[in-house]
Design a binder for this molecule. Structure first.
Ligand code: PLP
Length: 423
């Protein structure tokens, strides 16, 4: 390995091309390089992906897998969606980055499309999901001080245990997962944790200093936890009654994943602010946004917030293509019908090892009994050519591209059946 990655690395990259040099690296070597030079903040499956198309990926040895991880719902369009790739290629021959010091038509059109799609008034474009949440937090606090009249430095945001909103220091500070926080403090004050899926607890936690409630409509990372029917609408009602902003984190559940454009639409629980990301990037580029009402978004004045890459023309062109594809191909309906099929398939597996199959649309959790060895089962899934990863609560998440073919879904059910039988 040391022979290949020598001091002439940059010359070879420059003269033979990045793609060719990358192709010459074996899976084993690549995993060693990541281990040696990378921070070890991930524990990936031992699969070195070399190529992907639609819902299938191939490792560098040519083995084929069905992708049920789907980059945690960021490749809802499937890998390398033709229209989005063509859009990006065209954009890359024209304009990619301006910074917000200048205007671009891509930005204007993207903001309009995003507001049309979300049925909200204004958006602040940014890059990652965590940044979208940070943006929502800043907006909510400013709203709390300037509109609601909360005394300076006292604004409070209510969040739920089991939450996952990203990895910045502020965000992990209000996580209920010790592992996310351990030795990363001190944390930002101003957050109050309550039980998820408990309307009484929410009602009781709100005070005059509460500016917002920030929740996921379904806790995906938390183990695909679906609140009781009536919860989303109940949260909306409580927030309205107490004059508190409702912020839905739809970063993973949004853009058709659960069978509606956004999970809040299952109960018409329209938010004041919403964080979106993941699938908005069409599976090829990070694109996120905080989207909301005029009353809230208008509070940002020049200098209040920003990001060098936020709203760049390439991101906006890709976001536009991603939105157009989702609307014209009815992604929400695809998720609903394919999700029903997959859940029924899992439920029909006659396995004593399954504790529960739950989900909405194509966001599905397969919870196995606590005595099942999760890493053994993961290995067997990989052996079957199926990619899925365990989340909390002994739950394997299935979030394949919404464009996945029915034959592949059939095959997913068979593979899961065999892996469960053998483990
Ligand atoms: C992935 C995710 C985030 C964080 O998004 P990043 O792009 O990884 O920063 C936040 N909230 C939810 C619900 C997510 O699934």
């Amino acid at each position: 390995m040391a022979i290949k990655i020598g001091s002439d690395l940059f010359e070879r990259l420059r003269h033979r091309g990045v793609s060719e040099v990358v192709s010459g690296i074996f899976a084993r070597e690549s995993i060693e390089l990541v281990d040696k030079y990378g921070a070890r903040n991930y524990h990936p499956l031992p699969v070195n992906v070399a190529r992907a198309e639609g819902s299938r990926v191939w490792d560098s040895d040519g083995n084929e897998f069905i992708d049920c991880i789907g980059a945690y719902s960021a490749v809802s369009h499937g890998h390398l969606n033709r229209f989005i790739v063509e859009t990006a290629e065209e954009q890359l021959r024209k304009l990619s980055l301006t910074s917000r010091a200048l205007h671009s038509s891509e930005l204007g059109l993207f903001l309009e499309a995003l507001c049309l799609y979300t049925d909200l008034d204004k958006a602040c474009p940014i890059n990652s999901g965590a940044e979208a949440i940070e943006t929502c937090i800043k907006l909510a606090r400013k709203w709390g001080y300037s509109i609601k009249g909360i005394p300076a430095e006292k604004a409070e945001i209510i969040v739920a245990s089991g939450n996952f909103h990203g990895r910045t220091t502020t965000i992990v500070g209000f996580s209920s997962e010790e592992a996310y926080k351990d030795q990363f403090g001190p944390f930002t004050p101003g957050f109050k944790l309550i039980d998820f899926d408990n309307l009484k607890a929410l009602d009781a936690a709100i005070t005059d200093q509460t500016c917002a409630v920030l929740l996921e409509p379904i806790q995906a990372e938390g183990g695909v936890i679906i609140p009781h029917s009536g919860y989303l609408a109940g949260v909306r009602e409580i927030c309205t009654r107490h004059k508190v902003l409702l912020i839905w984190d739809e970063i993973q559940t949004g853009f058709g994943r659960t069978g509606k454009r956004f999970a809040w639409q299952w109960e018409d629980a329209k938010p004041d602010l919403m964080a979106v990301g993941k699938a908005l990037g069409g599976g090829i580029y990070p694109v996120s946004a905080a989207v909301g009402s005029n009353e809230v978004l208008e509070l940002f004045k020049p200098g209040d917030h920003g990001s060098t890459f936020g709203g760049n023309p390439l991101a906006c062109a890709i976001g536009l293509a991603a939105l157009a594809e989702m609307v014209t191909e009815n992604y929400a309906d695809l998720a609903e019908s394919k999700g029903k099929y997959l859940r029924a398939g899992f439920s029909s597996l006659d396995s004593g090892k399954i504790k529960e199959v739950r989900g909405k649309g194509l966001l599905i959790g397969l919870e196995v009994n606590s005595d099942v060895d999760g890493s053994d089962l993961t290995r067997r899934f990989i052996g079957e050519g199926l990619l899925t990863k365990e989340t909390r609560h002994n739950t394997f998440r299935f979030a394949p591209p919404l464009t996945i073919e029915m034959e592949l879904l059939e095959s997913v059910v068979e593979k899961v059946g065999r892996a469960l039988r053998d483990c």
